[in-house]
Design a protein around this ligand. Structure first.
Ligand SMILES: Cc1cc2nc3c(=O)[nH]c(=O)nc-3n(C[C@H](O)[C@H](O)[C@H](O)COP(=O)(O)OP(=O)(O)OC[C@H]3O[C@@H](n4cnc5c(N)ncnc54)[C@H](O)[C@@H]3O)c2cc1C
Length: 253
């Protein structure tokens, strides 16, 4: 049971993320089938219904979202995870002058890993300030917990995709992982957009005036691409692979 408890946060994150990805995939599947997608004669209707229950059972996604952040905050309060010091460091960074150095992004996905580091600062900024403001009352601010949880989930999933792709590149080559690189970049791009929205909602719920302006500036700094990839081209890279093979082409790791 100790092992299960140790990874309970990751379990909640994965339950929410994967059940919603399944739902979105089957929904896109219905769209691809067009009118027939809506009919029980085509397989997508059942796929969508089967996916729908996963958002409800084994703890609804709303409850798992709140659990993920709630458990993390509890671990931090018990001293099992050090959130306070990194959160304070981000607080100090907000009032300091940003670095204007041009980083070296020559390694594949290194800019993306740099973005992940910045997104973690967004989580620390929002969750750290929320804990400071509300203390043990945080549990009552459920909408704020849900927003913080979406930030946590998106960071976890985007980082996992990038790390997995980096591993695959080391095992094979950049060329062989072209589509996986594109998918990781696309995932990160959509994660950044979700995080921008959810962090903005969270910040506006507990900060006003100068403090709010400073945190929103921090949010802008921590979600800014130095080189925004060509999003449409990335989608084309993935679509070309699927249409080229005329089947699901990503069964191999
Ligand atoms: C096909 C199927 C199989 C199942 N199998 C099992 C099983 O094997 N074992 C088992 O124990 N159970 C099983 N269940 C039960 C399932 O786990 C529950 O349906 C689920 O936990 C949700 O509980 P509920 O239906 O009482 O909804 P409620 O708890 O009443 O929730 C209703 C809605 O309100 C939301 N909500 C509730 N509280 C909050 C909150 N504080 N903030 C935000 N939103 C909130 C929920 O997310 C949900 O969307 C099954 C259910 C189904 C439909």
């Amino acid at each position: 049971m100790k092992g299960v408890e140790e990874f309970a946060i990751e379990c909640s994150i994965l339950k929410v993320a994967v059940s919603e990805d399944m739902q979105n995939c089957s929904d896109e599947g219905i769209q691809i089938y067009g009118g027939m997608g809506f009919s029980a004669d085509a397989p997508m209707e059942a796929a969508w219904r089967d996916a729908r229950i996963s958002r409800i059972y084994e703890g609804t996604n709303e409850i798992n979202r709140m659990l993920a952040v709630g458990m993390l905050v509890k671990k931090a309060m018990k001293g099992h995870v050090n959130l306070l010091e990194p959160a304070m460091a981000v607080g100090n960074e907000l009032t300091s002058i940003p670095s204007f150095d041009t980083p070296d992004f020559s390694e594949p996905l290194s800019e993306e890993m740099d973005m992940i580091k910045k997104l973690k600062k967004v989580f620390l900024m929002v969750a750290g300030s929320a804990v400071q403001k509300f203390g043990t009352e945080l549990e009552q601010n459920q909408q704020l917990l849900l927003a913080a949880s979406d930030i946590l989930i998106e960071i976890y999933m985007a980082e996992s995709a990038i790390l997995r792709t980096q591993k695959n590149i080391a095992r094979t080559s950049v060329e062989e992982q072209k589509e996986q690189i594109a998918m990781s970049q696309l995932y990160l791009y959509s994660a950044v957009k979700i995080i921008q929205n959810r962090a903005e909602e969270g910040i506006s719920s507990f900060a006003e005036g100068d403090e709010q302006r400073m945190m929103l500036m921090g949010l802008k700094r921590f979600t800014k691409y130095i080189n925004l990839p060509n999003i449409i081209e990335l989608r084309n890279v993935v679509a070309d692979k699927v249409t080229g093979e005329n089947k699901y082409p990503f069964t191999k790791a």
